[in-house]
Design a protein around this ligand. Structure first.
Ligand code: ZN
Length: 205
């Protein structure tokens, strides 16, 4: 997931990381984005390497969340990193004080969602330049396997809850535009076609 630079200034300064560990991003139109992720049986070196490369890729691209499909991998793994300044409520208090970023979630499953929902704008690294208001549960309980192979469950609120719902969608092959009303999707169709063309050119090189 990505935030709109206009709405969330001050977090897009680059990371200074070497480009070497960056994996190529899959843009809308890539078949990889519609695949359903395969569950990870055990976290091994290959899975850890993918997680580490995905964190580098996400940071280099100024994202706050990234799913394996977005770098062409087909396993149920996503990474999320919410900057501390965006994990604060109106009173300035941290929204998810007990959680350390970044999070690597393997086989994530949303076990419970609050009835209360919130609408906010979301972007996606696979849809450059497109931002869409999406209604999501305000609070979720997520179960996943940690990088240490430990079954873990956490309660998330705020932007973190939104980012995890966005990434879990990716692992099910569900994309940002699937949440858009038909009319809005029609209005965006020239831009979507343009992205598809870019994706097909990338695929042919
Ligand atoms: Zn996304």
């Amino acid at each position: 997931m990505q935030l709109n630079r206009g709405t969330f200034p001050g977090m897009f300064g680059g990371t200074g990381l070497p480009e070497a560990m960056k994996r190529p991003l899959q843009i809308y139109g890539s078949p990889s984005l519609r695949r359903k992720a395969r569950r990870v049986a055990e976290v091994d070196r290959e899975v850890r390497k993918l997680a580490s490369d995905m964190l580098d890729t996400m940071h280099l691209e100024n994202g706050i969340g990234l799913a394996a499909e977005q770098v062409g991998a087909d396993i149920a793994l996503c990474v999320v990193d919410i900057p501390p300044q965006y994990d604060r409520g109106p009173s300035g208090r941290r929204i998810n004080p007990g959680l350390r970023m970044p999070l690597v979630l393997i086989n994530p499953r949303i076990a419970d969602s609050s009835a209360q929902t919130v609408v906010a704008e979301e972007g996606c690294l696979s849809f450059p330049g497109i931002y869409v208001p999406i209604r999501r549960a305000a609070e979720i309980k997520v179960q996943y396997l940690s990088l240490e192979n430990e079954p873990t469950d956490i309660l998330c609120r705020g932007l973190l809850a939104r980012a995890i719902q966005h990434e879990v969608d990716h692992l099910d092959g569900i994309l940002l535009i699937d949440h858009m009303p038909v009319l809005r999707r029609l209005l965006l169709s020239p831009r979507l076609l343009q992205l598809k063309r870019i994706a097909s050119q990338d695929g042919s090189t």
